[in-house]
Design a protein around this ligand. Sequence first.
Ligand code: B16
Ligand code: MG
Length: 217
Amino acid sequence: PIKAFLFDLDGVIVDTATYHYQAWKRLANELGFDISEEFNERLKGVSRMESLDIILAHGGLTVSDEQKAELAEQKNQWYLDLVGRMTSEDILPGVATFFSQVRKANLLTALGSVSKNAPLILERIGMSQAFDAIIDGTKISKGKPDPEVFLKGAAELEVSPAECVVFEDAVAGVEAGKRGGMFVVGIGSPDVLTQADLVAPSLDGLTVDEVLAATVA
Ligand code: B16
Ligand code: MG
């Protein structure tokens, strides 16, 4: 039986992807090229340094490790300026209702985010106490699609992967959940999240019963 729900942060609980995009775009522009919203899809669920590598390759640039560290730091500063303005108003529609159903069903919860800024974001939106376990970018060595972030979440909750459902909006994140041996609910489009076991456009309108029923179907 399912005992725990593991949630991605960016794209499931809040829409920080738009802030990541704005900050990366600004960096790319300063380096003399541009990135599109479509290109940004590739950066979802991918760690900060790996994202920078993808962007630099896209712009055809090679830089030293020191410069890379500086560029990542610059992007993060711009990103934090945007995150600093977040409030509970930025929690995505349906999240509060879904979480109250999760609590009523006595399911455990974990956050599975590769973002090093995840604790700060949870604090900004008033959800620091909403999870039984928080796995963020400071606790892992491999980003999604590696399953490490979700396997650590399951381990901290003391449940097995087969007892977990992952909620993910990114292609890399859905793959991470599947590679971890978990049931994955894709949040977004079925055309994009082809590996997901179930897909919903958002948590808004989705019910815990519907998810649990799908895991036994
Ligand atoms: P940071 P998630 C991920 O969060 C984002 O989707 C990804 O775009 C970002 O590069 C990554 O966090 C690292 O974030 O720079 O804040 O450490 O989807 O795993 O919640
Ligand atoms: Mg995400």
